[in-house]
Design a protein around this ligand. Structure first.
Ligand code: ADP
Ligand code: MG
Length: 725
């Protein structure tokens, strides 16, 4: 905001109402800075912005209550169920007593209706209550109900004699807004926020334009935008609140889906893809002579799907999901060969150096007898070694580049990049994906591979603009990994088990958590663990590798190499080995402090074993103290190997915000809808968005103009996510 002199600022505040009206006439009043709202002013405006991100009238209007104190209903004591709800109950006090306890006294009233009895409790103001309360007279009480065993109690209720209550007739649902401590300390209480929103309704005359078509409103029997906004903030009753919620959730998800579908359509029709029209010599040669195993049906199907995309005239943007060990790499390689056959270069990006190395070595081996040039580019490749790589990329001598983020640097220029494969995508931000687009005159085809299965619900919302392929079958002959949960106290048994496995020639991972916030502590855990293992598994009989984030890349690689070659039997590591690492001879994965890992991480780690034909094991080590959520995670891991099932449980446990680092991307910054809970609304929103675009792709029909306008406003406003482009 521009700086004003004090005088003109006062002047401006005085003009606030005028500005608001002006803005209203512009029909753009939702963009009006919040400071112009009566009752806000510069200080509160700053607070609202810094604490809640509210900058405009529109932001405040969309600051929805997260719950309501419902005083429209009277609950029966005999029907009370859950702890923690704010409820209104009608009954009589039949008895009053003082209970002595360690920290002072408490006054307890027995409150009854015709269905049962409960307690009203006071920790303060006993005298006043005793003197004023009327026994055996009907009261309406309101407050939070807590459950202790089979008894419910309500501390410090609001109370009113039924007579007064009826005379007052203030039947209403009071909105409770999400807030922060700083706000309430600064006097911006729930009441104040609620007042401000009332003021907003007054100043704008609640004249909120419709943003959905009459068609949709009619078909889904939805209430108008203005009614929905009024009833989300000041619901007349539960029924209208439910209608308001549905309408606003639907709208929110509808526009998100509309945008995703629109993007997909634009990409398909407008963005010309690089033509890969032939399946050429290299692909066929590899398929006939070098493929080390028969492809699974799922692999075949996915390669076909990708080939179809690449052969069409549109740019490909495909997400390949496949559980750990399902064989995504070979799919990537075959697609890269397709690119080369059509005169293009390809690149494969991995999130860590270890993975990039492994891919590089693996691909080199697979391509050993073929005339394909391949190079590795990572952060630790020396400058002198980079130069020839840069040159060969630019003059087109190099066919495949494997690397880490280093590939994205501006210095790295391709002659003709046709396909970019991104492995383990959740570690790559969207910005990076888009950087790849600009590595070529025409955007290359993009294949994103992830082993984190994404529940369909979420995939639709996050990647609704991508095409999705799934490898839902593991290569034959794999034995399902046996997973067990063991307490720290059983460590000696676990060590004995490790020794037996090592005797059979197997290798073992021992993984420690590493969480940024407690890095120093975690590091200590890791080193302590390493030392105790070293004592238990002494040289020269046993060799132990150790890999963690504080090591130099060369040292990491050296230790990793020793394990890969089988020179060491035990690999002690932090989660750096989480993704992709492939040592088929390793058959035991021990996860220390397993309760501290999320489900998808546990599953990723477990996927490091079970890659050979031998029976593999995953041992989850924890202490005895476990939260119920941690217990669910561990039980789920023990119960199933199915990544999709795990992902569903994970989504339910944690909500989408925590999955796959989506919180940083802000993708799920929804104001009212919840991707997990509002699954049905999401499906319906997607369905209607599809129908609409099918019937009227450019939203030109008169009855769709309202949607076109709202969509345009949202995109301009960036309220809707412009994240993928
Ligand atoms: P991920 O999908 O986790 O990246 P990889 O591509 O690393 O899996 O494959 C895991 C292992 O399975 C590798 O050792 C690979 O050679 C092997 N593999 C892949 N596809 C098949 C197949 N169709 N038959 C047998 N083994 C396969
Ligand atoms: Mg992989």
């Amino acid at each position: 905001m521009p700086k004003f002199s004090k005088l003109s600022r006062i002047h401006l505040w005085g003009l606030g109402g005028f500005f608001a009206i002006l803005a209203l006439m512009n029909a753009n009043y939702l963009q009006t800075p919040i400071a112009y709202l009566k009752g806000v002013g510069p200080h509160r405006a700053d607070l609202l912005k810094s604490e809640l991100g509210i900058e405009t009238f529109g932001d405040l209007l969309q600051w929805y209550p997260n719950r309501y104190l419902d005083k429209t209903q009277y609950h029966k004591i005999g029907e009370l169920k859950d702890s923690g709800a704010d409820l209104q109950v009608l009954g009589k006090i039949v008895h009053l007593k003082t209970v002595e306890q360690k920290r002072g006294k408490r006054l307890v009233a027995t409150f009854v209706d015709d269905t049962g009895q409960m307690e009203l409790v006071w920790f303060r103001a006993h005298k006043w209550i005793r003197e004023n309360i009327k026994l055996n007279e009907p009261y309406v009480v309101f407050g939070r109900v807590n459950r202790y065993g089979s008894t419910f109690s309500m501390p410090h209720p609001e109370m009113e004699l039924l007579k007064q209550h009826q005379a007052g007739l203030k039947i209403s649902m009071q909105p409770i807004y999400p807030s922060t401590e700083k706000l309430s300390n600064a006097g911006v209480t729930n009441k104040v926020v609620s007042k401000l929103i009332q003021q907003l309704f007054l100043e704008t005359k609640a004249n909120f334009g419709e943003t959905l078509s009459q068609e949709l409103l009619g078909e889904l029997k939805m209430i108008s935008k203005a009614d929905a906004l009024l009833n989300i903030h000041f619901p007349k009753n539960q029924e209208l609140l439910a209608k308001a919620r549905f309408r606003l959730k639907f709208e929110e998800l509808f526009y998100v889906q509309l945008q995703l579908l629109n993007k997909k359509a634009i990409r398909k029709h407008k963005i010309k893809g690089l033509p890969f029209d032939q399946v050429g010599e290299k692909f066929n040669h590899f398929f006939k002579n070098h493929l080390p195993f028969a492809l699974t049906n799922a692999q075949k199907r996915v390669i076909k799907e990708i080939r179809n995309d690449l052969g069409s005239s549109a740019q490909m943007n495909r997400l390949l999901q496949g559980d750990v060990g399902s064989g995504k790499t070979i799919v990537a390689l075959m697609c890269m060969l397709l690119a080369i056959d059509n005169g293009f270069q390809a690149c494969l990006m991995a999130p860590t150096e270890i993975l990039a190395n492994q891919h590089f070595n693996g691909l080199k081996e697979l391509l050993a007898d073929m005339d394909v040039s391949i190079a590795l580019l990572t952060g630790s490749i020396k400058k002198s070694a980079r130069k020839p790589i840069h040159e060969q990329l630019e003059n087109g001598e190099l066919d495949i580049l494997v690397g880490t983020h280093a590939v994205l640097e501006d210095k790295v220029q391709f002659n003709n990049l046709g396909l970019a494969v991104i492995d383990e995508q959740h570690r790559f931000g969207v910005a990076q994906r888009s950087k790849l687009w600009h590595k070529n005159k025409l955007p290359p085809h993009i294949l994103v591979m992830t082993a984190t299965p994404i529940p369909r619900t979420l995939a639709m919302s996050l990647y609704g603009d991508l095409d999705i392929s799934v490898i839902d079958e593991l290569p034959p002959g794999r034995k399902p990994i046996k997973t067990v949960h063991r307490y720290d106290a059983n460590r000696l048994n676990v060590f004995r088990f490790i020794k037996d496995e090592i005797k059979k020639g197997r290798q073992v991972y021992v993984v420690y958590p590493l969480i940024q916030e407690s890095e120093a502590l975690d590091y200590k855990d890791l080193m302590d663990g390493y030392e105790s293992l070293a004592r238990e598994f002494p040289l020269p009989e046993y060799q132990i590798s150790i890999v963690h984030g504080q090591m130099k890349p060369q040292d990491k690689d050296y230790e990793m190499e020793r394990f890969v070659k089988g020179e060491t039997q035990i690999m002690v590591a932090t989660t750096v080995i989480e993704v992709g690492v492939n040592v088929p001879n390793a058959s035991v994965m021990i996860i220390e402090s397993a309760e501290r890992f999320g489900l998808s991480q546990l599953h990723q780690l477990r996927g490091r074993v079970g890659r050979g034909a031998k029976q593999s094991f995953c041992i989850l080590m924890t202490g005895h103290k476990l939260s119920s959520e941690a217990k669910t995670r561990l039980e789920t891991m023990v119960r199933t190997n199915d990544g999709f099932e795990l992902a569903e449980v994970d989504l339910k446990l944690r909500g989408p915000g925590d999955l796959m680092g989506t919180q940083q991307s802000g993708l799920l910054n929804l104001k009212i809808a919840d991707i997990v809970k509002d699954n049905q609304v999401l499906k319906s929103a997607r369905y209607y968005a599809m129908q609409l675009l099918k019937a009227d792709p450019k939203l030109e029909q008169p009855n769709h103009l309202v949607i076109r306008k709202a969509y345009g406003d949202l995109v301009k406003d960036k309220t809707i996510w412009g994240y993928i482009s």
